[in-house]
Design a binder for this molecule. Structure first.
Ligand SMILES: [Zn+2]
Length: 188
């Protein structure tokens, strides 16, 4: 790949943990019942399918979701409306209530299935970073966390090495899994 293409690709991969705050309905979810709660929730059929493909094919994603499942956060994954030109995905702190913190991942729905898989894994890693920091209870405290553990890529937008790495790893694992599956099916 030429360096100019690499730069373009990088620009399009500005995943962001940003300062925007979105309202999420807090009612209707039993915060105390940890065994029954599904803590990672995709809000569209396509995103649910992407998440299912990722869980089927990637040990890394399964571990990440297990980690979130043991936490006090609930993560909603939803299409980014309106779509932003350069941003594939963003994590927002939505709300907190006693015993539960709500996060929202917005992803660009125009992306391919594999791109969505990568960005969902990437943003869920950020969700796990927030889950591990119990003092994060607002947009402001989330910003303070990323000032400490991340690095600024654009003013007010932060990134972590772990999130960059995990998106790549999950995409590779799913590709390998699906190729192996197809090869096994061809033998029959
Ligand atoms: Zn990121």
């Amino acid at each position: 790949m030429s360096s100019s293409r690499a730069r373009l690709s990088w620009l399009r991969r500005l995943y962001v943990a940003s300062a925007l705050c979105l309202a999420v309905t807090v009612s209707g979810i039993a915060a105390g019942d940890r065994t029954e709660l599904i803590r990672v929730r995709a809000t569209s059929a396509r995103l649910q399918a992407v998440l299912a493909d990722g869980i089927a094919g990637s040990e890394t994603l399964r571990e990440l979701i297990d980690t979130l499942q043991r936490s006090d956060v609930i993560v909603f994954i939803a299409p980014q409306v309106p779509a932003k030109e350069l941003i594939w995905g963003e994590l927002h702190f939505a709300a907190s209530a006693p015993g539960v913190r709500y996060l929202r991942v917005n992803v660009k729905q125009e992306l391919s299935r594999m791109q969505l898989l990568e960005v969902v894994a990437h943003e869920l890693q950020h969700a796990a970073e927030v889950a591990a920091a119990s003092h994060v209870v607002s947009t402001k405290t989330m910003e303070a966390l990323y000032d400490r553990i991340g690095f600024e890529i654009v003013r007010g937008q932060h990134e972590t090495d772990a999130a960059r790495a995990i998106g790549d790893r999950v995409r590779h694992e799913v590709l390998e899994y699906e190729e192996a599956l197809q090869a096994a099916q061809r033998k029959h």
